[in-house]
Write a protein that binds this ligand. Structure first.
Ligand code: HSE
Length: 311
């Protein structure tokens, strides 16, 4: 057991167009970092948060990084105190898995400091409890890839039946974050509560096809499968210029394009880094045309997930 650990956890893209609440993948960068120290106080405290402009709660019962640690300690019946410093590098309310990344980094750090009592996948329930604090729903499609990396399929979030889907080597993601904020809780509230059978059939056809396409490295089928008749028709209304920017991405060679998580970030899948860079440029131009500043991230799928950093 060590007294100190520092961990990084990456941004994630949840839903991946057709897979509302069941698909997610990790990016190489950006990501949040957590430093923590074990002590004898018996309490979990947030000592400091950097990079959030003072916006995140400092109350340990209200921040995803500390809530996740509290749940882990409680589950293992460990009475140690923990002091946490969160280095917030992901934008808040961005659709890039910001709340999950803080929880994932904290969990990987505290597990390391405690001498690795739990395996990676055993950390997930605590990150899901943190998601419940952040947005009212314990979904796993950001938390699982943030902790474990890769492209994951959440077959069942109650039994944690989670499947790692291999992805083609050349697959690159572009994520564009326009400088507006959408709360996940609001974006979930906006969803329709029932689906027509016609839409359900389309959606499960696409989810199954996307898995097959990734496993077969069938880039054309990846693109054809990235159709979302469940979340995108509702949530795209909150993203200025969405339809034009999506078309610009496709015209520039993207395989497919949609909303990252609950938005407002948009993502595209591309074959190779150079097409991804061109797609990124066109999507940034699209947001500029609707007078929105935006940041771009281009990355292959991160297969490792959260990681311990040198101290
Ligand atoms: N699946 C979740 C949602 C992800 O779309 O509400 C939130 O980032």
């Amino acid at each position: 057991m060590k007294n100190y650990a520092r961990a990084f956890a990456p941004a994630t893209v949840a839903n991946v167009s057709c897979g509302f609440d069941v698909f997610g993948f990790a990016l190489e960068h950006p990501g949040d970092e957590v430093e923590l120290w074990l002590n004898d106080s018996g309490e979990v405290n947030i000592r400091a948060i950097t990079g959030d402009g003072g916006l995140l709660p400092r109350d340990a019962g209200a921040n995803t990084c500390s809530v996740a640690v509290q749940h882990l300690l409680h589950s293992l019946n460990i009475k140690t105190g923990v002091d946490i410093v969160l280095h917030k590098k992901l934008p808040l309310g961005s659709g890039m898995g910001s709340s999950a990344a803080s929880a994932a980094a904290a969990l990987v750090a505290v597990n390391h400091a405690l001498g690795e009592p739990l395996k990676r996948n055993e950390l997930l329930p605590f990150a899901m409890e943190a998601e419940r604090i952040a947005c009212g729903s314990a979904h796993a499609d950001n938390a699982a890839p943030a902790i474990m990396g890769g492209f994951v399929l959440i077959r069942n979030k109650d039994t944690l039946d989670i499947i790692d889907i291999p992805v083609p080597e050349e697959l690159h993601a572009v994520v564009i974050h326009p400088h507006i904020e959408i709360k996940t809780s609001d974006a979930r509230q906006a969803m329709k509560k029932t689906l027509s059978l016609t839409d359900a059939v389309k959606q499960w056809g696409n989810t199954a096809a996307l898995v097959a396409a990734l496993m077969k490295s069938d880039y054309d089928l990846i693109g054809r499968s990235m159709e979302d008749v469940v979340a995108e028709p509702v949530r795209s209304l909150f993203i200025p210029g969405f339809a034009v920017i999506k078309q610009a991405a496709l015209d520039a060679g993207a395989l497919g394009c949609g909303i990252s998580g609950s938005g407002p970030s948009m993502f595209a899948f591309c074959r190779g880094n150079s097409i991804a860079q061109q797609v990124s440029d066109k999507m940034l131009e699209g947001f500029a045309s609707v007078k929105l500043q935006a940041d771009s991230y281009v990355s292959p799928v991160n297969k490792e997930g959260a990681r311990i950093m040198p101290s």
